[in-house]
Design a protein. Structure first.
Length: 207
């Protein structure tokens, strides 16, 4: 299949996507180590994204957002499927905006907002719902490359669909660990999509 766009641009999108994944993981670890009274098991990522040292986690989230935009652009270049593939890329771009909002908006679900239905919670819900469709929409296009990629896409969508709704029901002593488990599903998918772009760009150059 002939790929659209330049190989270098596709490669750059993949590399930026990988960098975004690394940045958000490092941001989480460094922020947790920096803020001594915050633990990665009992305290959520949102706790690290609030307070005086919020810039550490926020920086990781902003770079993750940039990585998402890059991967979305890379997916639009290769277009292994029709409208499904395009829609998945557009949703991923929308997710990048949501992550950016989570990083930059002052309310991080600290309980200081009116009511309890905070902007932060709404953004998290929107992110969770949006990502559900991305691996589902890309699965058919990936089947032509490798049937295992199709199976992996459906598996990731299933795991996300099962784990996501319980995020706000987990006891506070464990919600940090559970949130990181759920976030890892998204991060693994994005890293996989980024690596896929890197590999496809190399394959196209060799042809």
């Amino acid at each position: 299949m002939k790929y659209m766009g330049t190989n270098r641009l596709t490669l750059a999108c993949g590399v930026i996507g990988l960098a975004g994944c690394v940045a958000v993981v490092l941001g989480d670890i460094v922020a947790a180590l920096w803020v001594r009274d915050v633990g990665m098991v009992a305290d959520t990522i949102s706790n690290l994204a609030a307070g005086r040292n919020a810039w550490l986690m926020d920086t990781g989230l902003v770079l993750l957002s940039v990585g998402m935009i890059a991967v979305a652009g890379g997916l639009l270049q290769i277009r292994l499927d029709g409208w499904r593939w395009t829609l998945a890329a557009l949703i991923l771009g929308f997710m990048a905006v949501i992550v950016l909002g989570i990083a930059l908006y002052d309310e991080h679900g600290d309980g200081d907002g009116a009511g309890g239905d905070t902007v932060h919670i709404r953004l998290v819900y929107a992110l969770g719902l949006s990502f559900t469709f991305v691996p589902l929409l890309t699965a058919r296009g990936l089947k032509a490359v490798d049937p295992r990629l199709e199976i992996a896409s459906y598996a990731i969508a299933a795991v996300w669909f099962v784990l996501g709704p319980f995020l706000f029901a987990v006891p506070t002593g464990w919600d940090g660990l559970y949130e990181r488990l759920v976030a890892a599903v998204l991060t693994v998918w994005l890293a996989g999509a980024s690596w896929f772009l890197v590999k496809r760009s190399a394959t196209d150059r060799s042809q």
